[in-house]
Design a protein around this ligand. Structure first.
Ligand code: HPA
Length: 275
């Protein structure tokens, strides 16, 4: 094969590859259709154990188009989980980040695959920096909207997709019936993998952002294109650069995730069954 990865071939149809991946997931899990999908970002992986009974676990690289994650702390598996309400959830623990430089097709392949498995709801989670000073590390927040600062898109050609109410107000309302104290904010996706400068954080604030991170926005666009309803949640692992006075570190982010994982996993488990 002339390309190292099937999605790298410009002539490949990413939707056909997603359909093939969904077929493989159906075969490997024995679950013909999934109802809901979750991408678990830093700090959120514990939710996979708490939302229901895992009936199958697949190493992500056994499914076409998926690759092992580049970051320690992200688990490279796909899991089929039977929820207490009888629904089937596909848990994606293998996120390809835009900063890995493999192109947007690979970034959104998991979302397109989730849609092809039948999932109508996409839950996108991440660990992120907070701009609001009232948010302490460990605070989960709902994503109300995003600002895509990657200057890229998963849409190819003249594909015009409406992004009004991209992060479903209905799903945010459901989440708040479980925890009325959940705050919300606008997520700014930067390219990364460097953290932002304090000046960039001030820019994000000035243009209406409250959360800074390196994922989610491109995935949300692909999920909308696929017709899914989207719930976005960020775990604030740190205050953004310059808002917090100490330097940022990946260790700090992972540590905040570890400290919060039981709480936010349980929260997500309670939300998922209500969606
Ligand atoms: N910026 C970008 N991504 C992040 C951050 C941050 O402050 N914290 C965790 N992921």
């Amino acid at each position: 094969m002339p390309y190292a990865h099937p999605l790298d071939d410009p002539a490949a149809d990413p939707f056909a590859i997603a359909a093939q991946a969904a077929q493989q997931i159906a075969e490997l899990t024995g679950v013909a259709q999934h109802d809901i999908a979750l991408t678990l970002g830093s700090g959120w992986s514990k939710a996979a154990d708490l939302i229901g009974e895992t009936t199958a676990t697949i190493p992500a690289d056994e499914v076409i188009g998926f690759s092992s994650p580049a970051v320690v702390g992200h688990v490279g598996t796909l899991r089929s989980v039977l929820l207490p309400n009888g629904k089937r959830a596909l848990v994606i623990g293998a996120r390809t980040h835009y900063y890995e430089n493999h192109g947007v097709r690979r970034v959104v392949h998991s979302v397109r695959t989730a849609a092809a498995t039948g999932a109508k709801i996409m839950i996108l989670t991440n660990g992120a920096g907070g701009i609001k000073e009232t948010w302490t590390p460990g605070t989960p927040v709902l994503i109300s909207d995003h600002i895509n600062l990657t200057a890229d898109s998963p849409l190819e050609g003249a594909t015009f997709v409406d992004l009004t109410d991209l992060y479903s107000a209905r799903l945010r309302d459901v989440a708040r019936t479980i925890d009325a104290s959940l705050d919300e904010g606008v997520y700014c996706q930067f390219r990364g993998p460097h953290y932002e400068t304090p000046a960039e954080v001030q820019m994000a604030k000035a243009i209406g952002g409250h959360i800074v991170g390196m994922s989610t926005a491109l995935e949300a666009i692909a999920a909308r294109q696929a017709g899914m309803e989207i719930l976005g949640m960020s775990l604030i692992t740190n205050l953004a650069a310059g808002i917090q006075k100490t330097p940022l570190s990946h260790e700090e982010v992972i540590e905040a995730g570890r400290n919060a994982e039981a709480t936010i996993g349980a929260l997500l488990a309670r939300i998922v069954v209500e969606l």
